[in-house]
Write a protein that binds this ligand. Structure first.
Ligand code: PLP
Length: 798
């Protein structure tokens, strides 16, 4: 480090401190007690589990910050090309266990705590989830940050620091209710407030033409300004010192704006305005896939984009003068359409503030941006009403029109005056992606998503982690997932089978205990634990699962004693949140509860069938449910799930999949073979034909019978469920529950048959985990880095 004139002073300071904090048991205990007394401000002779967790978290944080500083200094010195990952959602869950594992100091802390009379796991449970996202897309961002850090890539994540995360789901009388998640209530040890890193963000106002050095230029005079304040969240890699930054922005009132109000003497209005500014980062929109053009949502998007872009420009300009070098130093990744205003914002800054020509600016844009879509249907793409955009961001609307004009002119040169096609492709009122693909296939890449094995095996399934390391003879698979394939060599090994089954049993016990505490229901460990957990959506077809359960119940009721002996006992577990305004999804949750009530209280069938709804499905619930599942269901109508990442977590944990050929399950077939999964249902190309059949489509009698049971009030609430039944009968069965029902029942029967053959089941389970390597986010990130961002690892040398 070059301290210049302060060299002598810096040396003295270094002498005063240990170079690095120590991790021996005594030092750790001292540190924890220090934080109890001075950070948490409790007496070190009297503190409870939560206070112990806080002190522990602060001790871990200190060690995290050391590495984070080292990494940031190293990046600054090396000045590599960086990738900036922009996402409006990050579903981080809990941090403590993940961080100590990545730092390689979990066991040391566990020892130190036990000497103080505390259990690490118990304290880890004290942490609340950071739910700054909805579902798959948001958890993907979190997994990808872990991989970016682990693979030493120079990356920065940008997002919003919502005060209210995703709502908490509580179930009252079987109905979903939403409660606000004010997750910051008890403080957040994992973030670092950077009061000095702030940027002004402008909204509304007008655009005027002015002359600068004889050239006409546009000046945006804003009508409102707010301040973006940085909160940094260090993300440690595993097996490396690299610890990268996730910078989340919070909105604060701008001092400039306040000054005006105070001058007019309107003190009360000024204070009210302060609150209005803060509302920009106050709430996460709880819709998983659809967004109506709401002004606040657009404000959130621009707010985080503008602050991030200013931060990126500031960093670049610290060391560079010429914008031609920008693409050599900067790659921007947009996680879905939510941050797409970044394209227009960078264009605006280059044109209006850096005074580049249109041509030069656009050339830079084309080199630095890439965007991931998470949907395959046009309805999933967010659209912004032109009026709303023009009012909130007048200069941006002009730039969008200009981009579109230039774009259409370019198109005309390529395809001539084909007006239909030009209209479809004009980005103002967007058309079909296919047309874009036809012209520029090289601009489209398919990337298989992935999940991090650090969180989804090492943290959430420690027994499986130990087992894998033992049989592979190494822990290297935690960084190099391809090694998992080595498990295939032991797929029929009797000793591994014994240990594998034991691990599953340990995890089933943990899940069964949770179910009992939560619902009072005792479930049999011999039963197949059959799980479907994900956001509730019509296309994900939780309803198909429930109809299948009703059918199973109906069959058992009509069996004699001997036949009942052949039934494979099942514990069916369903979990997931419905968007607060999504009526049908909420009815599905209620249906699940009334069916569960009926089945679980029917002593006649005992342990043969149980149905449990797990409330408030989030990352920490997933960490407990997934390792305990025998079978997991992924039932989306083919052609609707672009990827799906839940299935990957189940697969890694040796859980068998019952699934349609949709999204990532298609690739899973390639990896583990269809003999090791229970596939069913129409394929994507057949779905189109089936929909065309409409009224002539025949549905099986079994399907009509279960729907009739609901309609006839077998489970009560028949009026309430009428609209739900109407949605899946006749021509309205858009998601084809009726058409896929028989095939679904057959797949379920195949799963039953496999389950009773323990040896076969265990082998399938081992092969599932062994074949899950392709679904690590390390592989995804490596592909992005090499093929899309063109960035190199930059490893911190300490
Ligand atoms: N919600 C949580 C908490 C998750 O961990 C996941 C897993 O990826 C999802 C939602 C998405 O699940 P799926 O891909 O099955 O829709």
């Amino acid at each position: 480090l070059d301290f210049g004139e302060r060299k002598g002073q810096a040396e003295r300071m270094l002498g005063l401190m240990d170079v690095f904090l120590k991790n021996d048991p005594i030092s750790l205990q001292k540190d924890i007690l220090h934080h109890v007394e001075y950070t948490v401000a409790r007496s070190r002779f009297s503190f409870d589990d939560f206070e112990a967790y806080q002190a522990l978290a602060h001790s871990v944080r200190d060690r995290l910050i050391e590495r984070w500083h080292d990494t940031l200094i190293h990046f600054k010195k090396e000045d590599p090309k960086r990738v900036y990952f922009l996402s409006l959602e990050f579903l981080m869950g809990r941090s403590l266990s993940n961080i100590v594992i990545n730092l390689g100091i979990r066991d040391q802390f566990a020892d130190a705590l036990s000497q103080l009379g505390f259990d690490f796991e118990v304290l880890a449970e004290q942490e609340g989830d950071a739910c700054l996202g909805n579902g798959g897309l948001a958890r993907l961002s979190a997994c990808q940050m872990d991989s970016l850090a682990t693979l030493d890539y120079p990356a920065v994540g940008y997002g919003l620091r919502y005060q209210y995360g995703l709502f908490r789901q509580v179930i009252v009388d079987g109905f979903q209710h939403e409660q606000p998640d004010y997750w910051l209530n008890f403080g957040n040890p994992w973030e670092i407030e950077r009061v000095h890193i702030t940027y002004p963000v402008k909204f509304y106002g007008t655009v005027t033409d002015e002359f600068l050095n004889g050239e006409k230029c546009k000046v945006w005079v804003p009508g409102e300004m707010v301040e973006a304040v940085a909160y940094d969240n260090p993300i440690p890699g595993y097996g490396t010192r690299n610890t990268i930054n996730l910078r989340l922005w919070a909105a604060k009132p701008s001092d400039q704006h306040d000054m005006e109000s105070f001058n007019t003497g309107d003190y009360v209005d000024a204070v009210v305005n302060r609150q209005r500014a803060e509302s920009i980062s106050s709430i996460l929109y709880p819709d998983d896939r659809s967004y109506q053009g709401k002004e606040l949502r657009l404000k959130q998007q621009y707010f985080f984009v503008s602050a991030s872009v200013q931060d990126i420009f500031r960093r670049f300009k610290d060391t560079h003068k010429k914008f031609d070098e920008f693409p050599e130093k900067v790659a921007l990744q947009l996680n879905d359409t939510h941050p797409s205003l970044a394209i227009v914002e960078v264009m605006r800054v280059l044109l209006d503030e850096e005074h580049l020509s249109w041509h030069r600016a656009w050339d830079i844009i084309c080199k630095i941006f890439s965007f991931t879509t998470h949907t395959v249907s046009p309805e999933g793409l967010e659209k912004i009403p032109v009026d709303l955009l023009g009012n909130l961001l007048p200069r941006h609307l002009q730039i969008i029109y200009d981009i579109n004009f230039n774009f259409v002119e370019e198109l005309k040169k390529m395809i001539g005056l084909d007006y239909d096609r030009l209209t479809r492709m004009s980005i103002v009122e967007e058309g079909a992606v296919k047309d874009f693909y036809d012209l520029w296939p090289h601009k489209f890449q398919y990337k298989t998503n992935g999940v991090t094995q650090r969180r989804w095996i090492v943290v959430s399934n420690p027994s499986l982690c130990a087992l894998i390391s033992k049989w592979l003879g190494t822990e290297a698979w935690i960084r190099d997932i391809d090694l998992l394939i080595g498990l295939r060599d032991y797929a029929t090994n009797a000793e591994l089978h014994q240990e594998w089954k034991m691990v599953k049993k340990v995890n089933k016990i943990r899940l069964a205990e949770y179910i009992e505490v939560m619902s009072g229901l005792k479930v049999s460990l011999d039963a197949m634990f059959d799980v479907q957990t994900k956001r509730i959506h019509e296309y994900k077809r939780q309803l198909l699962n429930i109809l299948g359960i009703i059918h199973r119940y109906d069959c058992i009721k009509n069996m004699d004693k001997n036949d009942r002996k052949k039934v494979v006992p099942r514990v069916c577990i369903i979990g997931g949140k419905a968007a607060p305004g999504y009526e049908i999804a909420k009815k599905i949750i209620k249906l699940c509860h009334v069916v569960a009530e009926r089945i679980n209280n029917d002593n006649d069938i005992g342990d043969l069938l149980k149905l449990v709804f797990i409330p408030d499905y989030n990352v920490s619930v997933a960490e407990m449910v997934i390792p305990g599942a025998d079978l997991s269901q992924h039932l989306s109508t083919a052609g609707h799930e672009a990827s799906g990442t839940g299935s990957m977590k189940f697969l890694m944990n040796g859980c068998l999949l019952l699934a349609t050929a949709d999204g990532s399950t298609i690739e899973m077939v390639e990896e583990i073979g269809q003999d090791n999964m229970f596939l069913f249902g129409a394929k994507a190309h057949e779905v189109v034909a089936l929909r065309k059949k409409g009224p002539t489509l025949k549905v099986p009698l079994q399907f009509s019978r279960v729907v009739r049971m609901i309609r006839d009030g077998h489970f009560g609430f028949e009026d309430y469920f009428k609209s739900l039944c109407d949605k899946i009968e006749g021509t309205s069965d858009y998601f084809l529950l009726g058409a896929d029902f028989m095939s679904y029942l057959e797949a379920q029967a195949a799963a039953d048959k496999a389950f009773v053959d323990e040896e076969r089941w265990t082998k399938m389970s081992i092969l599932s985990a062994a074949g899950s390597g392709r679904f690590s986010s390390d592989r995804t990130i490596q592909e992005y880095a090499e093929n899309t961002w063109d960035i190199q690892p930059c490893r911190c040398p300490f």
